[in-house]
Ligand binder design. Structure first.
Ligand SMILES: *[C@@H]1O[C@H](CO)[C@@H](O)[C@H](O)[C@H]1NC(C)=O
Ligand SMILES: *[C@@H]1O[C@H](CO)[C@@H](O)[C@H](O)[C@H]1NC(C)=O
Ligand SMILES: *[C@@H]1O[C@H](CO)[C@@H](O)[C@H](O)[C@H]1NC(C)=O
Ligand SMILES: *[C@@H]1O[C@H](CO)[C@@H](O)[C@H](O)[C@H]1NC(C)=O
Ligand SMILES: *[C@@H]1O[C@H](CO)[C@@H](O)[C@H](O)[C@H]1NC(C)=O
Length: 432
C-alpha cells in the first residue's frame, strides 16, 4: 500500500462533513446507503455491520421525514429500522447505534412494539396513505409478521470530516483518521514493541495509538484489517498497575472488550483483528503491528447515553449474579446465585440475555465448578447448549445465533459428589 507521505504534517484544513464511500449525506447529518435486495432483519444488520454501519436510526421527526423522502425517491415500499424491542413498550426498544431507548417514536397505534414481533420496519410508499412514515413492529427473522419477512434496508454510518488531498486519510471514521503502522510515512517500523508503537503514533500532535469507544468503532477497525495478514495489533491502552488500563490519548474508558477467557497479564493491550476483535494483555516487549488514530475535529456523534435497561440490570440487589433478571442487556456478567460465596448452595435461576440488534451474544464462561445443569435457549426456545457434568470445566464460550437468549441454571439437589458446589461465572458480550 502507498505510504502516506504527509501523515506527520496532517492538518485539518477543511471542516466539511462527508460520508464514507457508497454512503450519501442526507439532511447534512446522516450518511445513508440503500440496499434494494430484500433481506431478513438479521441479514440486513450483518451487511450493515460489514459496511461499518448499522441499520438506519431515527431520532426525530426531521430524520423521519428525511428517511421517508430518501427511501421513496429510491422506489422502496417498506424498510427495516435499526430498532430492536424486547417487550411491548418503547422503553424496551434500543437503537442499533447504542444511543439507548427511543426519545422520538412513530409506531402505528395498531402495531406497537412486540405486537407483530420485536423488530421495527417503516412504511415508505405513499400507497400506505396516512401510515406513510409510520413504524410497525415486525418479526425479525422469517417470523410471521404483517409485513413480508424480507425487506430492503438502509444502512447508516456517522458522517466524518473531509480532509484534503494534501493530507489524505486512508481510514476516516466519525471525525478521526486511522493509520495502520504499515502506512506511516517511510514506514520503517511497520511493527514495534508497545512503548515504541505508542511513541511512533504520538509524533504528530493530538495523535496516539488508537483508543476504542464502541462496538461500532471496534467493527470499523476489524473492517480495516479484513483480508489482510495482520492478526493482532497494539491498541492505545497501557496499564499503570496490573489490570488498570487507561487510554493513552486521555479519553474515557467507556467501552471494554477484554477477552474474558484470556488470563495473561501484561501492561500493553492487543486486539485480535481477524476474530471477534477481543483484547488481551501482553508484555510490551513483543514486536507487533499497531494502529494510530488522530482526531480531525470534535467527534461527530454524541457519546452513547446510558439506557434505562442498563441502569436496571442489577435487578437483584442481594448479589451480583443477576439471577432471575427479566431482561439483561449485554455487556455484563452473570453467575450462579451467591457466587463467589460458596457457603450457601446455588439456587435455580434464569436469565433473559439480550443485546443490540446487530450483534450476537458471546457467553464466556470463565469459572465452572458445579454439578448443576445449565441450558441455553435461542429466541425460539430451541436448546443451543446444555452443560451438565463434568463438575469442573476449562473456560469456554458459547455464541448465540441472534441477539436474544435465555439461560437457565438448575443446581443439582442433594449434593453430588464430594466437591462443594461452587457454581459458575460468565461474562456476556455483544459479538458480530
Ligand atoms: C449482503 O452483502 C453481500 C455482499 O455485499 C451481498 O452479496 C448480499 O446479497 C447481501 N445480502 C443481502 C440479503 O442484502
Ligand atoms: C405488556 O407486557 C406485559 C408484561 O409482559 C403484560 O403484563 C401486559 O399485559 C402487556 N400489555 C399489552 C398491551 O400487551
Ligand atoms: C499474506 O501472506 C501471503 C503469504 O505470506 C502472501 O502471499 C500474501 O500476499 C499476503 N497477503 C496480504 C494481503 O498481504
Ligand atoms: C522497545 O524497543 C526500544 C528500542 O529497541 C527499547 O529501547 C525499549 O527498551 C523496548 N521496550 C520494551 C518495553 O521492550
Ligand atoms: C428464581 O426464580 C425461581 C423460579 O421462580 C425460584 O425458584 C428461585 O428461587 C429464584 N432464585 C432466586 C435466587 O431468587
Amino acid at each position: 500500500m502507498q505510504s502516506l507521505l504527509l501523515f506527520f504534517f496532517f492538518i485539518p484544513i477543511s471542516y466539511c462533513l462527508i460520508c464514507p464511500k457508497e454512503y450519501i449525506l442526507v439532511n447534512d447529518q446522516k450518511c445513508l446507503k440503500i440496499s434494494w435486495a430484500a433481506a431478513t432483519h438479521w441479514e440486513a444488520e450483518t451487511n450493515c455491520t460489514a459496511a461499518s454501519g448499522t441499520l438506519v436510526n431515527i431520532k426525530n421527526a426531521i430524520d423521519n421525514r428525511a428517511v421517508v423522502n430518501f427511501a421513496s425517491n429510491a422506489g422502496l415500499k417498506t424498510i427495516w429500522l435499526g430498532l430492536s424491542c424486547f417487550g411491548n413498550t418503547t422503553s424496551s426498544c434500543f437503537w442499533d447505534d447504542a444511543s439507548g431507548n427511543p426519545i422520538y417514536e412513530n409506531f402505528n397505534s395498531y402495531s406497537p412494539p412486540g405486537y407483530y414481533g420485536s423488530c421495527a420496519s417503516m412504511f415508505i410508499s405513499s400507497d400506505y396513505g396516512t401510515s406513510q412514515g409510520k413504524w410497525s413492529s415486525t418479526g425479525c427473522n422469517n417470523v410471521d409478521s404483517m409485513m413480508s419477512a424480507k425487506q430492503p434496508y438502509i444502512c447508516e454510518t456517522p458522517p466524518t470530516i473531509e480532509t484534503t488531498f494534501m493530507s489524505p486519510c486512508p481510514f476516516n471514521y466519525n471525525g478521526y483518521c486511522y493509520v495502520k503502522s504499515q502506512d506511516i510515512y517511510m514506514s520503517s517500523f511497520p511493527s514495534a514493541n508497545g512503548t515504541q508503537a505508542s511513541a511512533y503514533c504520538s509524533r504528530p500532535q493530538f495523535s496516539n495509538l488508537a483508543s476504542v469507544h464502541s462496538k461500532m468503532e471496534l467493527d470499523f477497525i476489524r473492517n480495516i484489517y479484513k483480508g489482510t495478514n495482520t492478526t493482532a495489533i497494539y491498541i492505545g491502552a497501557q496499564a499503570a498497575a496490573t489490570d488498570e488500563f487507561n487510554w493513552l490519548d486521555g479519553s474515557k474508558w467507556d467501552f471494554d472488550y477484554m477477552d474474558p477467557l484470556n488470563f495473561n497479564k501484561g501492561k500493553c493491550l492487543v486486539m485480535d483483528v481477524q476474530g471477534d476483535g477481543l483484547w488481551s494483555q501482553v508484555d510490551c516487549t513483543q514486536k507487533m503491528e499497531y494502529l494510530c488514530k488522530q482526531k480531525l475535529v470534535a467527534p461527530v456523534t454524541p457519546a452513547p447515553t446510558k439506557s434505562s435497561l442498563e441502569k436496571k440490570n442489577p435487578e437483584n440487589l442481594l448479589d451480583a449474579s443477576n439471577c432471575n433478571s427479566t431482561l439483561f442487556l449485554a455487556p455484563g456478567e452473570i453467575s450462579s446465585f451467591g457466587y463467589p460465596d460458596y457457603s450457601s448452595p446455588p439456587t435455580y435461576c434464569t436469565w433473559r440475555l439480550v443485546t443490540l440488534g446487530p450483534y450476537r451474544l458471546g457467553i464466556f464462561f470463565d469459572f465452572w465448578a458445579t454439578y448443576g445443569a445449565l441450558n441455553i435457549y435461542d429466541e425460539f426456545g430451541a436448546n443451543i447448549g446444555q452443560f451438565l457434568s463434568p463438575y469442573s470445566r476449562k473456560p469456554f464460550v458459547r455464541y448465540t445465533p441472534y441477539n436474544i437468549a435465555t439461560v437457565t441454571f438448575e443446581p443439582k439437589s442433594g449434593g453430588a459428589g464430594s466437591e462443594v458446589d461452587e457454581g459458575f461465572h460468565a461474562t456476556v458480550l455483544p459479538v458480530s
